[in-house]
Design a protein around this ligand. Structure first.
Ligand code: PMP
Length: 408
C-alpha cells in the first residue's frame, strides 16, 4: 500500500469517476499527460471569477493580485527545483518551448562549425529537432550517446564522445518511451570537465522524484506543467544565472523590455522577464503552482515509491503473457511499461483496449530514433501516476489478454 491514503487521493480527481465505453476508466497514459486534481482545476475558477487581469503593468487591485499570484508561483517553482534564486525560473509553454528557447538564445550565440552537441538515443523529438534545425543553420555537429540492450545510456560511450569540442550535452532525466532514469548528475560532472554545459529535459522526472537542480549541477532544466498534475500550456525553464544573464532575448515584445526607442537601441528587462515576451498563460502558471503544492503535499518520495510498486507488479504480470516483449529493462526505471506483442499490432491493441475502458499510449512516443534502434515502429506504453491502483493493473492485464486473443 502507498504511504498516502489512496482512496482519498483518488477523490481529488473528478475524471477518475468517468466511464469510457460503459467501463470505468483506467488511465495509464500518464507519461503523455497526467490528470488534474480539483484543487488545481479550482484555481481557474478562482482566477477568472475574482482577479483576472494582466500582470506587471497594472496599477489597480486586480492587476496587483494577479501579479502577486503569478510571481508567487515563481517562488513555488524555485523551491520545487531547489534553485538558488526565483529569477532563474522562466515560464514557457512547456518543455518543448523551454528547449527551443535555449537552442535559439544560448545555442545561436555559442555554437559554430566544429562544435559538438551531444544528445542521446533516448531523446524525445523535442530535444532532437530544435538542435537539428539549428545545426542546419549554424553548421555544428550533433553526436548521439548510444543505449545498451536494456535501454540504459552507454556511459563508456558517453565518456568517449565527450571532448573539448563538446559545447552542450542535452539529455532527458527520464525517458518517456522506456522509463530509463539517466545518471544526470554524473553526466553533468563529466560534461563540465570538458567545459560543456548540460541541459536536462525533466519532463518525465518531475512527476516521479524530487529534483534538485543544484545537486545535479544542471545548467538548464526544463519541465511541463501537464505531466506533473498541472495544466497544459505552461512549463518551466531553469537556468544558471550567469548563463541566463548574458543570453540574448529570443522572442521580442511587451514585458521583456526596459525601454523601447526608434532613436537609440531598445534595452531589455533583467531576467527572468527578458525571456517572457507578451502576456503569459497567467491562470495556467498560477494553477501550476497549486499543482506543485499538491504534489509536495502528497510527497514525491511516496509517489515515486508507489509507482515503483505498480511498475514491478505490472511487469511481473505482463511477463506471463506469451510473446510479449518489454522494451526498457534498465535497473533504474520510472513507472513506464513499454512493450510489443508478437502477432498483434500495437495500434490494434491500443484501439481495442480503449473499448474496454483502458487508456494506454501506442505509437512511437515522439522517440522514433530510439524505436528504430530497437527494431520496432511502435510500442504499447502503460505509464503510472500516484492515483493508479493494483486493481487497475489487474483490469489492464485481463483486458490486454482478451485483446491479444482477439487479434491473434
Ligand atoms: N521531453 C520528454 C521526455 C517528454 O516526455 C515530453 C512530452 N511527451 C516532452 C519533452 C515534450 O513536452 P511538451 O509537449 O509538454 O512540451
Amino acid at each position: 500500500a502507498p504511504a498516502f491514503d489512496l482512496n482519498a487521493l483518488r477523490e481529488d480527481f473528478p475524471i477518475l469517476c468517468r466511464e469510457v465505453h460503459g467501463k470505468p476508466l483506467v488511465y495509464f497514459d500518464n507519461a503523455a499527460t497526467s490528470q488534474t486534481p480539483r484543487q488545481v482545476i479550482e484555481m481557474f475558477n478562482d482566477y477568472y471569477s475574482r482577479y483576472n487581469a494582466n500582470i506587471h503593468r497594472g496599477l489597480h487591485t486586480l492587476a496587483d493580485e494577479a501579479t502577486a499570484a503569478f510571481e508567487g508561483t515563481r517562488e513555488t517553482v524555485r523551491a520545487f527545483l531547489n534553485a538558488e534564486d526565483s529569477r532563474q525560473i522562466i515560464f514557457t509553454r512547456g518543455t518543448t518551448e523551454a528547449i527551443n528557447l535555449v537552442a535559439n538564445s544560448w545555442g545561436r550565440t555559442n555554437l559554430a562549425p566544429g562544435d559538438e552537441v551531444l544528445i542521446s538515443m533516448l531523446e524525445h523529438h523535442s530535444n532532437i529537432v530544435p538542435w537539428q534545425l539549428l545545426a542546419r543553420e549554424l553548421g555544428f555537429t550533433i553526436k548521439v550517446i548510444p543505449v545498451d540492450v536494456d535501454g540504459a545510456l552507454d556511459m563508456t560511450a558517453y565518456r568517449t564522445l565527450l571532448n573539448e569540442r563538446t559545447k552542450l550535452v542535452a539529455v532527458n532525466h527520464v525517458s518517456n518511451a522506456l522509463g530509463t532514469i539517466n545518471p544526470v548528475a554524473e553526466m553533468a560532472t563529466l560534461a563540465h570537465e570538458v567545459g560543456a554545459n548540460i541541459l536536462v529535459d525533466g519532463a518525465q522526472a518531475t512527476p516521479h522524484q524530487t529534483v534538485d537542480v543544484q545537486a545535479i549541477d544542471a545548467d538548464f532544466y526544463a519541465f511541463s506543467g501537464h505531466k506533473v498534475y498541472g495544466p497544459t500550456g505552461v512549463g518551466v525553464l531553469y537556468g544558471k544565472r550567469e548563463l541566463l544573464e548574458v543570453m540574448p532575448p529570443w522572442q521580442g515584445g511587451g514585458e521583456m523590455i526596459s525601454t523601447v526607442s526608434f532613436e537609440v537601441d531598445t534595452t531589455f528587462a533583467a531576467i527572468p522577464h527578458k525571456f517572457e515576451a507578451g502576456t503569459p498563460a497567467i491562470a495556467e502558471v498560477i494553477a501550476l503552482g497549486r499543482a506543485l503544492e499538491w504534489v509536495q503535499g502528497v510527497g514525491l518520495g511516496a509517489i515515486g515509491d508507489w509507482e515503483q510498486t505498480l511498475l514491478s507488479y505490472a511487469t511481473q504480470q505482463v511477463r506471463k503473457i506469451d510473446g510479449l516483449r518489454i522494451l526498457g529493462t534498465a535497473p533504474h526505471k520510472a513507472g513506464v511499461l513499454s512493450f510489443v506483442v508478437d502477432g498483434a499490432h500495437s495500434q490494434d491493441i491500443g484501439l481495442l483496449i480503449d473499448q474496454l475502458g483502458v487508456a494506454i499510449r501506442t505509437g512511437h512516443h515522439c522517440a522514433q530514433p530510439l524505436l528504430h534502434h530497437f527494431g520496432v515502429d511502435a510500442t504499447c506504453r502503460a505509464s503510472f501516476a500516484a492515483y493508479n491502483t493494483v486493481e487497475e493493473i489487474d483490469t489492464f492485464v485481463a483486458s490486454l489478454k482478451r485483446v491479444i486473443n482477439m487479434v491473434r
